[in-house]
Design a protein around this ligand. Structure first.
Ligand SMILES: [Zn+2]
Ligand SMILES: [Zn+2]
Length: 140
């Protein structure tokens, strides 16, 4: 768990959806689950998790809900115009929002404190060996 605060702003590719965050970070993670791979179209998603009251979202995002291997519902929201992933919620973590770091203008602050679903990590998708890594999702 990180106890640092992050303030950052970002938007989707077409600019219709804007996301700003200002508050303490619950977690920064690199997720290699198959859903993140399919949804992002690449090897993993880099995500920051914050309490929903630290997150401001403007614009209308469309959600796609799927059931995770732990039986929870992960809803991934994207811009219906440009398709950019903008945030996600998971019934495993009520009140917490996960945001893909790539939407932020400044991403220099990102440093994953955990790598999850590393069982799906591809050889070509290199991650920092010093970051704690879990085959699946560690306990919340
Ligand atoms: Zn858009
Ligand atoms: Zn994932």
């Amino acid at each position: 768990m990180s106890d640092n605060k992050i303030k950052a702003q970002g938007d989707c590719q077409c600019g219709a959806i804007k996301v700003s965050i200002d508050g303490p970070v619950a977690r920064m993670a690199q997720c290699h689950c198959r859903d993140c791979q399919r949804s992002s179209g690449t090897g993993h998603m880099s995500l920051i998790f914050l309490a929903e009251n630290s997150v401001t979202i403007s614009g209308e995002a469309t959600g796609y809900a799927s059931t995770t291997d732990s039986g929870n519902t992960n809803t991934r929201y994207f811009c219906p115009t440009c398709g950019s992933r903008v945030f996600a919620t998971n019934t495993l973590r009520p009140g917490v929002v996960a945001i893909p770091v790539g939407i932020f203008e400044d991403r220099s602050w990102f440093k994953p404190d955990v790598v999850v679903y590393s069982k799906n990590r591809d050889e070509w998708d290199i991650s920092d060996a010093s970051t704690p890594s879990f085959d699946m999702m560690p306990p919340a």
